[in-house]
Design a binder for this molecule. Structure first.
Ligand code: UDP
Length: 352
């Protein structure tokens, strides 16, 4: 029933093709769907720094308006509340012709968060991406999809190159996100292949930094919040699984480079930091920062939790001359300091 409803809504809200050209008085705009989220808010800020006019569209499902505090009074910034699963807001459709670029970062991205309403997660990726692609097509705008390392699933190939097709379960609890992102990629490539839209696809690996939500449930935010509030650090499984963590400013620089590059739309690009560590080692770093002995509480490993993950970034190096610059020790310290300064108060992190 939800899908029928979504299809009906889509038929009614398809933007007109051949939208009028931007007039001289109207500056062109960049749309950032998911712009109030952790990565989205940093992207909006970086685009404003480049002198762009930014419209941030966000449902605030897993994001936070406080991420936009530093942006709301900046010239050229506008926030519009809306869920891309529903019809796009009129204030966006009316100005379709003014958008020159559309970034799609709209989706809950933390496993516990995207599993709260799996159907909505899938629809965000499929119906939501379709709406934004249609908008891009009508506007003649370039579209960038933020896909994910989760398209590789629990990978047999290591490190993961873009050619690797993945080891993904469509029956497991992560499917709403990883299969949803795979479908969003397929849709995006079809818009490209049929010449309807110019597209770029970034596959984002684990990213961390200020603006992560305190209750986000991801490992970096969980462990920092626990360390700051003197509670044991939760390790799922034995902590020997690996991840490779990229600081958010590096990632955002990569997204902007990719959007403005000549990389063809059918070539997804991994963006992540190839420095791989175990989750147990990450806990050691964070405990050392807090100056507390490392007290650990072991919990069961979630279903389908990937054992190893590390991006091969040869393609990003070659095509974008991009690579991460911020080492883990520096990025973690900045993130730790941000959590320490910003998110204190009664009940701080009490749910973790
Ligand atoms: N993890 C953990 N403790 C936590 C949260 C996560 O040990 O409090 C583990 C999780 O099982 C996974 C890794 O840390 O192996 C990264 O999890 P996260 O949710 O940050 O992102 P994922 O890479 O799984 O999408």
């Amino acid at each position: 029933a939800h899908l029928d409803e979504a299809r009906a809504r889509r038929r009614n809200t398809r933007p007109e093709r051949n939208a009028p050209m931007t007039t001289k008085q109207e500056k062109s705009l960049i749309l950032v769907a998911g712009g109030a989220g952790f990565i989205g808010s940093h992207l909006c800020s970086a685009l404003l720094d480049r002198g762009e006019q930014v419209v941030c569209l966000d449902s605030l499902q897993t994001s936070n308006l406080s991420n936009l505090c530093a942006l709301e009074d900046r010239p050229g910034f506008e926030f519009v509340r809306g869920d891309i699963v529903d019809a796009l807001p009129a204030s966006i459709l009316e100005r379709a012709h003014r958008f020159k670029q559309i970034y799609n970062l709209a989706c809950a991205a933390s496993p516990p968060q995207y599993q709260v309403d799996p159907e909505h997660t899938m629809l965000t990726n499929v119906v939501g991406t379709d709406r934004l692609l249609r908008l891009a097509s009508a506007a003649g705008a370039r579209f960038l999809l933020t896909s994910t390392s989760e398209v590789y699933g629990d990978p047999e190939a290591h490190p993961q190159r873009e050619e690797y097709r993945g080891w993904v379960s469509c029956t497991g609890p992560r499917a709403c996100y990883d299969e949803g992102k795979r479908a969003a990629e397929a849709l995006t490539y079809d818009f490209c292949r049929t010449g309807r839209t110019e597209v770029r696809v970034a596959r984002i690996f684990n990213t961390y930094g200020p603006h992560m939500h305190v209750d986000d449930g991801r490992v970096v935010s969980n462990l920092i919040v626990q360390a700051l509030s003197g509670r044991p650090l939760t390790l799922y499984g034995d902590g020997s699984q690996t991840r490779s963590f990229c600081y958010v400013s590096d990632l955002v620089r990569g997204l902007i480079l990719l959007m403005n590059s000549d990389v063809t739309g059918l070539e997804p690009v991994n963006l992540g930091n190839p420095h791989e560590i175990t989750v147990g080692e990450l806990a050691e770093h964070i405990a050392a920062m807090a100056g507390t002995p490392r007290a650990v509480e072991y919990r069961p490993l979630p279903t389908d939790d990937p054992r190893r993950r590390r991006p091969d970034i040869a393609r990003a190096r070659e095509l974008l001359a991009w690579e991460p610059k911020i080492p883990l020790a520096i990025g973690l310290q900045r993130t730790f300091d941000w959590f320490a300064a910003t998110v204190k108060g009664p009940g701080f992190g009490s749910e973790l």
